[in-house]
Every structure is written in structure tokens, then in C-alpha cells.
Design a protein around this ligand. Sequence first.
Ligand code: GLP
Length: 249
Amino acid sequence: MKLILVKDYQEMSKQAAEYVIEKLLQNPNMKLGLATGGTPIGTYKFLIEDHKRNGTSYQNVKSFNLDEYVGLSATNENSYRYYMDDVFFNHIDIKKKNVHIPSGDAPDIQKECEDYEKVLTKHGRVDLQILGIGNNGHIGFNEPGTSFDSKTHIVNLASSTIRANSRYFESMEEVPTRAVTMGIATIMQSKEILLLVSGESKSKALLKLWENEVDEYFPASVLKKHPAVTVIADEAAYVEWKANNRAFA
Ligand code: GLP
């Protein structure tokens, strides 16, 4: 894993966007894996700005999102589908038919997982997958203990994740308790991964990612087995590292 340490959230977002744009210019037909949560919002902002200013096009890009809450429809403001349209897709020229996100309100969620995995297999490996990380090391919605062999599946969210994500909802009770997520094996199939880590609340997770063994109880640790992972972290996420007097990687 390669670690790029930057000053703050703004700089992380800018560098991440530049990374994506470079790949996009090299391969305008790329398959782009996308993440939600607070972390990548700044990156999407920079990508939109670049699209408007420089005309970088997404006409031939196919996108694949990591996850979706079970029970939320595309029109629900808290669904990841809504989020993606709102913070990114509605502002670029991606074709809606090229956007792939599991449906949280599919009548048969198990079948939805199988269908999503089939769609991913049909299109071939994702070229670049953007990832965030949960405080407990989750990637996508793969909670601690998820098998590294997992494909797209239904998850019961950890109570710490429900608590952490409640900041996006009006109340804790509104946070769905289940989600559909690409599995760890699905994520690991991507050719390249860009992990974004920002803020002090993620600093323990970042240190753990670096120092812990590869272990299913810290899902992000699997990334150590991937040949092409770049981590962009800001100084706040590095606090714990400094507090433990670790040298910069
Ligand atoms: C969420 C998402 C993840 C995201 C992570 C961190 O639960 N399912 O894909 O990376 O948790 O979210 P945030 O960036 O808001 O801290």
C-alpha cells in the first residue's frame, strides 16, 4: 500500500480527484467504483468542477457503487442512490444506463445481491475503486468478521456503524439496520483501489490498518493483500500515528 499524507480534507479531495481524472484521461471507457459517506463528497465536488471547466467526460464511464441501505428507495434522501445523483451524477455527463447501484427496495434482496454480482462479473474488473473506511475498519458495508471470500451480500449493520451513520439521519431510529454491499472478494477484484481517510475519528483505524495483521475482524486489512492500493490520508487522520510516535510510513 502506498500512503500519501496531505494537509487537510480539501487537499485529500483535490489529490483524489486528480488521481481519478488522470485515470479517466488514460481510459475514457473506465469502470469506476464509487463510494458514499462524508469522505468522498469533496472529491466529487472537484470532479464536477473539472468536468465543467475542462470538459472531462464520463459519457463512456461505467460506475459501480459499493453498497446501499436495505429498505430505502432511490427517492429517499438517505439512500445512497439519491446521494450519488445529488452529489455527483446530476452534475456530470454520465449516462444513467451506465450507473450501477444495488436497489435497496428490491422485492427480493437476496436476488438483488446475486444480480448485482452478475452485473459486476459481466462487465469485468472495475478499473479503479474509491473506498472510505469505517471507524471499525469496515469497507463498503463489510463489517468486522466478514469473510474475505464474500461476494455481494446482505449485512446486518454493526451497532457502531448505525451510531456513526446516524449523523446523516434525523434520528437513530431512522437508520436502516441492514444493507447490501459488494463483498470483500468483490472489492478485491478491482484492478486498483484508492482509499480516502480523513479526520481524527479515523486515526485509530488508519494506524490499525498499517500495523495490524491481515485479519477478518478488521476488514480493511485485506487491502494489504491487494497489489495496487493508494491511501490518501489527511493530517487529522494521522493524529494517532503521531501520538504513538510511529515514523511516517
Ligand atoms: C459508510 C459506508 C462506507 C463508508 C464508511 C465511512 O457506512 N458504507 O462506504 O466508506 O461508512 O463513512 P464516512 O465517510 O461518512 O465516514
